[in-house]
Design a protein around this ligand. Sequence first.
Ligand code: CU
Length: 187
Amino acid sequence: MSRARSRALRVSLRLSTVLATAVLAGAALAGPDHRLPFGEPAKAKQATRTVTITMRDNEFEPDKVTVKAGEIVRFVVVNKGELLHEFSIGTAAMHAEHQAEMAMLMEHGVLTPTSFISDPSKIDHSKMGGMSMDEMMKHDHPNSVLVEPGKTAELVWKFSKATELEFACNVPGHYEAGMVGKITFAK
Ligand SMILES: [Cu+2]
């Protein structure tokens, strides 16, 4: 392999690492700039309550959660299914937008039905045609966490104001199949 060729390969691998890191660390990287109109990520030690949510193929149990405006809740999300699932807090419109992104990530090999690719060298670059790095990098959502089968993840969220919210899985096909729950604000 020529030196120029090997340098090109290295650069491309480095880009994949950045890309995979952005996808995997979406929740972890959440900072002050990740504030959303209805809330923001918080630290586990700030939480006043823990809610455990079980994921199956394809449903949430429970599928209703009641919170208070200002409350910080630590969600422990357990995937007991055989498929990759997501726990995302947002409005119905946000979920619809996120579903389109997830479909694109799956189409491009960044997500598979059972996992997110943690080994960047396994991303199929031949399928990335037409998708810019910027588009890929947008998959950085502080309000979402992806959970592989058999794994448990956490999302700590501060609900700053009462809004019509849902928690949902935006892996292609799952929302339609019933992976959506209601978040109600107590008066
Ligand atoms: Cu799902």
